[in-house]
Design a binder for this molecule. Structure first.
Ligand SMILES: [Cu+2]
Length: 170
């Protein structure tokens, strides 16, 4: 009775024991692969960036610097020397627009943040209608690659400043 019990435990244990080393090896491999990819990224000083052509240029078609406007403000983005591609599409010499509203330029070595101050146009849009409070506002454009990273060197417009006037009937 006790013999039978022992042998049944042994047969139950055997497949488990032989499966264990394989699982351990794949776990170790996974840790090694993750560790090495993290190392190679930090060795280069950050996330890899897409190169921008020398003649790349991003600019505002409208509004103009110093204008006085009423809200909503239609903002049109211009791009030269590169093409617009939706976010997620990795193609050399392309990117999508990002609008910096009343804020500083984002870091060039990190993905562009997403907030009310940093709007992404990941579908490849080239204009937007903005509801802005009366007062002075600044806008700046930054192109980002498929991973929302600024290019190397960054493709950035001039910062424009304009005034939104009070509207009489609202
Ligand atoms: Cu983006």
């Amino acid at each position: 009775m006790s013999r039978l019990h022992t042998s049944s435990v042994a047969t139950w244990l055997r497949p488990k024991l032989s499966a264990a080393p394989a699982a351990a090896v794949s776990l170790v491999l996974a840790i090694l692969i993750l560790g090495f990819s993290a190392l190679s990224v930090s060795a280069e000083g950050g996330i890899p960036r897409s190169e921008s052509p020398d003649d790349a240029r991003v600019y505002f078609i409208s509004p103009g610097n110093g204008e006085t406007l009423t809200s909503p403000v239609v903002v049109r983005f211009g791009l030269g020397g590169m093409g617009v591609a939706p976010a997620g599409v990795e193609k050399h010499g392309t990117g999508h627009h990002h609008l910096v509203i009343d804020a500083d330029l984002p870091a060039s070595n990190l993905p562009i943040p997403k907030s009310d101050h940093y709007k992404h146009f990941g579908k490849g849009q080239t204009e937007v209608s903005l509801d802005l409070a009366p007062g002075t506002h600044t806008l700046q454009l930054v192109l980002g690659d498929h991973l929302h990273m600024p290019h190397d060197p960054p493709v950035v417009s001039e910062q424009i400043t304009f005034t939104v006037a009070e509207t009489a009937n609202k």
